[in-house]
Ligand binder design. Structure first.
Ligand code: GLN
Length: 235
């Protein structure tokens, strides 16, 4: 597993997603090698999962030049079955580009058919929904705080509808985007501790790269489910 730009893209404890993915694999006896990869460093060839956190416009601009150099490297990995998940700023950078509050465009990886432009105000609050990734549906709860308005093109499907919250753009009631093994979401929290179904869908899909379809043993998620219930009530 790779955490891309752990020194830059790490808003709101997004690193917690990496910890949850690692623990939920280890609790099933699956060992995980987690590697932080930042500017100028290579992503290991046999990477099952890449996690990218969120960050402010200025931090995204710092990652931007390095990211452009990775476009074919990451596209090749995805074609080979690597799963990529991006949160908020990381999600925006999985798309074609992000035009920030200062009007400057940062080119993204183009792995998701989405474009993002910052609006004048921020979309902030709790999001509670049911999402679908890799053929699995699960409950998700998180916290959004973004100026970016993301529009999906024909090549991307929404991760979820948002009955509660603003999501991609505050207009079309969608949240996040999916294209095959690549998924982006605006949800911090971090999102995975109280959304174990999402964590397991990411693990299952990433393990299938090297092992084919895998069964994951059930875990006792009563704590996670209770946390999600509490979080989904608060606004
Ligand atoms: N800079 C982006 C925005 O405001 C992302 C923010 C974030 O990752 N929380 O839209």
């Amino acid at each position: 597993m790779v955490n891309l730009y752990p020194d830059l893209l790490r808003s709101y404890g997004d690193r917690g997603n990496v910890l949850v993915l690692t623990r939920r694999a280890e609790w099933r006896g699956i060992s995980v090698r987690m590697v932080g990869v930042t500017r100028g460093e290579r992503i290991p060839a046999a990477t099952d999962l890449i996690v990218i956190g969120g960050g402010s416009d200025s931090v995204q601009a710092l990652a931007g030049p390095d990211l452009i150099g990775r476009r074919s490297e990451v596209a090749d990995l995805v074609a080979g079955g690597t799963v990529v998940v991006g949160i908020c700023g990381g999600y925006q950078l999985l798309g074609h580009d992000y035009v920030g509050v200062n009007g400057q465009a940062i080119t993204g990886l183009g792995l998701l058919d989405v474009t993002t432009t910052a609006g004048r105000d921020r979309l902030v609050g709790r999001v509670s929904t049911r999402a679908t990734f890799a053929g699995e549906s699960f409950d998700v709860v998180g916290f959004e705080n973004h100026a970016g308005r993301t529009t999906l093109g024909a090549g991307a499907s929404p991760l979820a509808a948002v009955p509660v919250g603003q999501g991609n753009n505050g207009r079309d009631r969608t949240e996040g985007a999916v294209n095959g093994n690549v998924v982006g979401t605006y949800l911090h929290g971090p999102v995975l501790p109280a959304s174990p179904g999402f964590a397991d869908a990411l693990l299952r899909q990433s393990l299938s790269r090297a092992h084919g379809p895998v069964e994951l043993a059930a875990l006792d998620d009563r704590m996670e489910d209770a946390a999600r219930l509490v979080a989904s009530r608060g606004r």
